[in-house]
Design a protein around this ligand. Structure first.
Ligand code: UDP
Length: 453
């Protein structure tokens, strides 16, 4: 723990699991660097202050209606949040910066998806730095959206999905970022917010490291003339803490079950906090897992299967037929699971956090991206870093079984583990004194201390 700096940082996470986790990890890192931390959070998916007693929490009442809070169209939900959070956030931030009983506020660190934070910060004369919760490669693709649109890649045409995107090889048209919504314009507005509106910020913080995304980081630095800090992987930066920012309680039975399984024998399956599948896909996954006769730990989040509460679509007797080879939970302590010696493969949707967590533990991936940045991440995993296999044909039990076999039992899996082991060494090096993330973090601290609000 470094000496206290006499400066307060205000962090404002987007209330989605994949955005909350890295923001709170970043808060921990900056706390250890000597800053006082205040977190502003929404009532929607509100945080539990007792999990981080060393931070100060302030909740804002954005008052989403019940139907708005239950909105399944992610972009519409984000648009409700943007519309309703602006005023209460402004009020809360104004109170915090004028509180002379506390250390002066050095800056606001916010999520670029909250589009109003720039104008609010500007009006209160608070510098704003952005945490980009996605990878740098994805961010580089977003920056090129106007060109990609001009070249006719959007709307994506079914007949062109397998074509290469020559500007971003090895991406294919199907890999370009997209979030489906009842109004396609919402996605392009979000991209606009994430690119143009962010240029006015005092810098970007990335949860990545130079050796992984050097080219993309160089591209972003060349295009945007703002400081870029690649200080990840966040969760490996600070001394291990037991604090969790999980919105759903983590089922610890995973770990006791894993403790009884042989080394590298288990396929861990999880598609993160948002992705949803239909009943037919759910059953296809279930049969593929059962047919391979490999051990598996499967996170079936309530809401994962559209129209079902939880496991009801499984045929009766399915669980018993597994003879203890499978364990299903609603939510897992994922980082602990991936670090467990029994886990051999991660079947993932390639959210950026999951991808990075898998890399840090040296676990090869079966990639099944759904939306947003996941397709870009998955292509990098399979075709650039070559540490995973992508299910190119959707969810089909034959292809799934083949992928599992190749990763668990064949040479290809071994080769991936070797590449991952080298990447893991690079993670350790970048965080050590003199390493790229270590230095970039010191650069960030100095940058924050140099800001005059
Ligand atoms: N996670 C978890 N338990 C689970 C599934 C996921 O703790 O059962 C965590 C995971 O470790 C990661 C986050 O939830 O930090 C998911 O973020 P990601 O970017 O991978 O995907 P998203 O949920 O945003 O689609």
């Amino acid at each position: 723990m470094e000496q206290r700096k006499g400066r307060r940082l205000i962090l404002f996470p987007l209330p989605l699991q994949g955005h909350i986790n890295p923001m709170l990890e970043l808060a921990n890192i900056l706390y250890f660097k000597g800053f006082s931390i205040t977190i502003i959070h929404t009532n929607f998916n509100s945080l539990n202050p007792s999990t981080h007693p060393h931070f100060t929490f302030h909740s804002i009442s954005e008052n989403l209606s019940e139907s708005e809070a239950a909105e399944k169209d992610l972009l519409l939900l984000l648009s409700h949040l943007n519309a309703k959070c602006c005023l209460p956030f402004r009020k809360c931030l104004a109170t915090l910066v004028s509180d002379v009983s506390k250390e002066p506020v050095a800056c606001l660190i916010s999520d670029p998806v909250f589009d109003f934070t720039q104008s609010v910060a500007e009006s209160l004369k608070i510098p704003r730095i952005l945490l980009r919760t996605g990878g740098a490669s994805f961010t580089a693709v977003l920056s090129a959206f106007p060109i990609l649109q001009e070249k006719g890649y959007f709307p994506k045409q079914d007949s062109r999905l397998e074509e290469p995107v020559t500007e971003f090889l090895p991406l294919r048209v199907k890999d370009l970022p997209m979030i489906n919504s009842s109004d396609p314009k919402r996605f392009f507005k979000l991209v606009h917010d994430l690119t143009y509106e962010t240029k006015a910020s005092y810098g970007f913080i990335f949860n990545t490291f130079e050796d992984l995304e050097q080219h993309a980081l160089a591209k972003i630095r060349k295009e945007l003339h703002i400081p870029i800090f690649a200080i990840g992987p966040f969760h490996k930066c600070v001394p291990v803490t037991t604090s969790t920012s999980s919105l759903i309680s983590q089922d610890q039975s995973c770990i006791s079950w894993l403790n009884t399984q042989p080394s590298k024998s288990v396929i861990y399956v999880s598609f993160g906090s948002i992705a949803a599948i239909n009943e037919a896909q759910f059953l296809e996954i279930a049969w593929a897992l059962a047919n391979t006769k490999q051990r598996f730990l499967w996170v079936v989040r309530p809401g994962l299967v559209q129209g079902s509460e939880w496991l009801e679509p499984l045929p009766s007797g399915f669980l018993e037929s597994l003879n203890g080879m499978g364990h299903i939970v609603k939510w897992a302590p994922q980082k602990e699971v991936l670090a467990h010696q029994a886990v051999g493969v991660f079947w993932t949707h390639n959210g950026w956090n999951s991808t990075l967590e898998s890399i840090c533990e040296g676990v090869p991936m079966i990639c099944f991206p759904f939306s947003a940045d996941q397709m870009v991440n998955a292509r990098y995993v399979s075709d650039v870093w070559k540490i995973g296999l992508q299910l190119e044909l959707g969810i089909q039990r034959g292809e799934i079984e083949r992928a599992i076999r190749r990763l668990m039992m064949e040479k290809q899996g071994e080769e991936m583990r070797e590449r991952l082991s080298k990447l893991k060494d690079k993670v350790n090096l970048c965080l050590r004194q003199g390493g790229s993330s270590y230095q970039s973090l010191n650069g960030l601290v100095n940058h924050i201390l140099s800001l005059e609000s």
